[in-house]
Design a protein around this ligand. Structure first.
Ligand SMILES: *[C@@H]1O[C@H](CO)[C@@H](O)[C@H](O)[C@H]1NC(C)=O
Ligand SMILES: *[C@@H]1O[C@H](CO)[C@@H](O)[C@H](O)[C@H]1NC(C)=O
Ligand SMILES: *[C@@H]1O[C@H](CO)[C@@H](O)[C@H](O)[C@H]1NC(C)=O
Length: 476
């Protein structure tokens, strides 16, 4: 039996057994410069010799609530990265109105009369960045590691916002202040925060490309542009320029995973998959650049996930999602229900997710706070690359470990053909048979039906028992 088919059966069984708690979980889950800077200027990357120091330990993360405790910095500091990459939602800059169906301020349903999210003033956004920056754990990291980053919607200023957001230039200035960007940096003058860095000596170079998925993004459902023309032209130059052993493309939103395709119509998430033409253009550009060593890192979704796409270019493309540093789906539900979230994550079919021995639950997803940890073993022959998600204690909870040569042109990687007429890691989620694709929706509506039937049954039992007593009383 295909794993996904078995998944659906087990899922439906669980639905029958646990209609009510599952309802609660699903509801909670639903709520839930263009300048390449060559570096070597910050403490850890500063070198006493003339040559650029070798970079072999990089951490990354996203989704940090500045007002909440942030114990994860201890684990990150223990990992002792030379470089830390922010992938967005570095602070929560916007504000959320309560979930209300009735009353004066209705934030949900077709009858809603106010938006759920609204932006902060400039002073308030600045205050939140200062709060984030003064966190002792983060301050300690900044002393030892170079910190770079991009933004996502909440630090851009508004949930799910794109190019239409009027506060974007102010937000750009505040983010670049937070990241200690030089006053005269060209990144302060361009439209958007995209940029790139090159680390390491020749032969051991790591290029980091930070995308801006906000400033130029067309509305959701438009299938328009994510990057906009100026950023596309820049990205083409970056990828076609001089090679590097490793190229990390950082995108705030997921590139490979298109969860919305299997969580619809219950809820959907932002991702490159929601802009199919734009994503195809990205894959084509990577393929035509003939560049070795590319992989993606991403954030946004409040859980960690590792996915792989084998048909984007001539070698497998990985997308390692780390989310969030404080925000995590399993924290949003009572701990007794967290188990069900893991079951759902494990069972919901995904054509791209990696299943592997280095992942705690085999399926490479993780619903507690986490950060990403990249280690390059430049000295081993052949050279190896290990990318992990680590938890609050710094323990690895999901990861992939492979030879750097696997990310090279001409690598004959395996794409295994399985049942159902789709290839794992090679077909998009929308190619799944509909019964699998809408597994979660069936589960949800099945659970609702079971819940209603149980209530009806209970009420009728109570009524008939009551009647029986009444009749008995009358007869007596
Ligand atoms: C951030 O944390 C504070 C304090 O725990 C909480 O009141 C607030 O709702 C959180 N914000 C988000 C976006 O989770
Ligand atoms: C925002 O900045 C861009 C680029 O620096 C500039 O072209 C644009 O006019 C600015 N917009 C506003 C509203 O100031
Ligand atoms: C991703 O999923 C959405 C929602 O089902 C769908 O509209 C879109 O076409 C998918 N994208 C790709 C690239 O398959």
């Amino acid at each position: 039996m295909a794993p996904a088919q078995r998944s659906c059966r087990v899922l439906l069984l669980i639905a029958l057994l646990t209609a009510l708690p599952l309802l609660a979980i699903v509801a909670a889950a639903a709520a839930g410069a263009a300048t390449a800077t060559t570096l070597g200027n910050k403490a850890a990357l500063m070198s006493t010799t003339q040559s650029s120091p070798i970079v072999s330990r990089i951490a990354f993360g996203s989704c940090a609530n500045q007002s909440a405790p942030q114990p994860i910095w201890d684990a990150i500091n223990k990992f002792d990265p030379q470089l830390f990459i922010w992938l967005g939602d570095n602070v929560y800059g916007d504000n959320k109105r309560p979930f209300r169906i009735f009353g004066k301020e209705r934030t949900i349903g077709p009858w809603k009369n106010v938006p759920r999210f609204f932006p902060s003033t400039e002073e308030e956004l600045q205050r939140r960045y200062e709060m984030a920056k003064s966190n002792p754990g983060y301050a300690k990291l900044r002393e030892k590691a170079q910190v770079i980053g991009t933004w996502d919607d909440h630090d851009y200023g508004l949930n799910d916002a794109g190019k239409e957001f009027t506060g974007k230039n102010t937000s750009q200035r505040l983010l670049l202040d937070f990241l200690d960007e030089a006053e005269d940096s060209p990144r302060r003058k361009q439209a958007g925060v995209y940029t790139s860095y090159l680390f390491g000596p020749k032969g051991k170079q790591v290029k980091v490309i930070l995308l801006d998925t906000r400033y130029h993004r067309d509305p959701l459902f438009s299938d328009g542009s994510i990057l906009g023309n100026s950023q596309w032209r820049w990205l083409e130059r970056e990828l076609n320029g001089p090679g590097s052993e490793i190229t990390i493309i950082a995108s705030s939103i997921q590139v490979i995973s298109n969860l919305s395709a299997t969580t619809a119509p219950l809820f959907s998430m932002e991702a490159w998959g929601r802009f199919p033409k734009e994503r195809e253009r990205l894959y084509k550009l990577i393929d035509s650049s003939k560049r070795n060593g590319i992989f993606f890192i991403s954030g946004d979704v409040h859980f960690g996930e590792i996915t792989r796409y084998d048909c984007g270019c001539q070698y497998p493309l990985y997308d390692i999602t780390s989310s969030g540093l404080t925000q995590a789906v399993e924290k949003a539900v009572p701990s007794s229900l967290a188990f069900f979230l893991r079951v759902i994550a494990w069972l919901v079919p995904s054509t791209m997710r990696v299943f592997g021995p280095y992942c705690r639950y085999r399926s490479c997803t993780y619903g507690q706070p986490n950060f990403g940890a990249i280690q390059v073993d430049w000295n081993s022959i052949p050279q190896r690359l290990k990318i992990e998600l680590r938890d609050l204690n710094g323990e690895s909870v999901a990861g992939v470990d492979f030879l750097l040569s696997e990310l090279q042109l001409g690598n004959k990687h395996m794409t295994s053909k399985r049942g159902w007429g789709y290839q794992h890691h090679c077909s998009v989620e929308t190619d799944l048979p509909w019964i699998l694709r809408y597994c979660l929706a069936f589960l949800f509506f099945g659970a609702v039906t079971v819940a209603i039937m149980t209530i009806v049954l209970l009420v009728s039992v109570i009524l008939s028992v009551g009647n029986m007593f009444l009749r008995k009383y009358k007869i007596d």
